[in-house]
Design a protein around this ligand. Sequence first.
Ligand code: CDT
Length: 307
Amino acid sequence: MSRIVTVGAAQMGPIQKDHTRTEVIERLITLLRQGHQAGCDLVVFPELALTTFFPRWFIDDITQADHWYETEMPSPVTQPLFDEAKKLKIGFCLGYAELTTDGHRFNTQILVERDGSIVAKYRKVHIPGHEHNEPDRPFQHAERYYFEPSMEGFGVWNAFDGRIGMMICNDRRWPESYRVMGLQGVEMILCGYNTPIHYVPDPSQDILQGFHNSLVMQSGAYQNGSWVIGVAKGGVEEGVDSLGQSMIVAPSGQIVAQAFTTGDELISARCDLDWCAKYTGTLFDFERYRRPEVYGRITSQRGVVID
Ligand code: CDT
C-alpha cells in the first residue's frame, strides 16, 4: 500500500525591506504554479515568507513594527495566494508574523488544505536570539523581543490523507519538537526557516551551518519515522547571508531532494506516508521500546542540574 503526497519545498531568495507584500505574493504564486507543474499536492513556503526577516533590526517602540505583522489571514493582499491555490487544488503551508486582536505577537505558520480551508495554525515554540538591543552586533537576532513563545506546543493534524505536523526554524534543532509530534503519530513535519550563516555568539559555527541544518532534520526524521520538509529563505537579505539548502528528508533520514541555489527554487518529491511505518513499526516502535519512566527530567527541568 502507498499513500503518496507530492510535496514542493518552495525555497525563497531574499525579501528586501522595501519589497511590498504584493510583490512577494506574486513570487509565491509563481512558485505555487511551478508546484502545480510538478504535480504537487502541497507546497511549503519559508518562515516569515511575506516580509524581510525584520528581527535583524531593533526598534525601541515595538508598535513601529506593526506593519511587519498580519492581523488577518487571509487578508486582501494575501487572498490572491489562497485563490490561486484553490484554483490549482494545491494545499500550502505559509509562515508569517501574526499580531492578534488582543496584541500578542507570534511567529506563525498555517496549513491550508486543497479546498482553500485553513486546517491548522502553529506558533513557534523555541524563540532564539535575544530580547534587548545588542548594538555591538553586526545585525540583531531579536526574535525574543518581537515574538512570544507559543504555549500551545506541537500539534499534529489529519490532512493530506496523513498526520501532518509543523515547526518553525529553531524548533528543528530540538529533539523534543520532533518527539512530541512523533508521539502523536506524525508522518510529515513542515518547517520553514531563516538561518543567518554568521552566528554572532560563536562564529566557529558559521562553516557548519549547512551540516547542522541537515544533521538535525535527518536525525529528527529518522528517529521519529517521519518525512521532514525544511524550507529556507536564503541568500543575501539586507546584507545578511542566509542558508538555503532546503530539503526533503525521508523517514529513513535520507535527503531525497535538496535546493542547489539560494534563490526562489522549487524542489519536490513524491512522499509515501506509508513508508513511515517501516520505522515506527520496527526500530522506533515507541509503545514497545520507549522508557518514559526514566525520562522524567525531560519535562521536569529546563536547564542542566548537577546532583
Ligand atoms: N529563525 C530562526 O529561528 N533562526 C535561528 C538562527 C539561530 S539563533 C540566532 C535558527 O535556529 O536557524
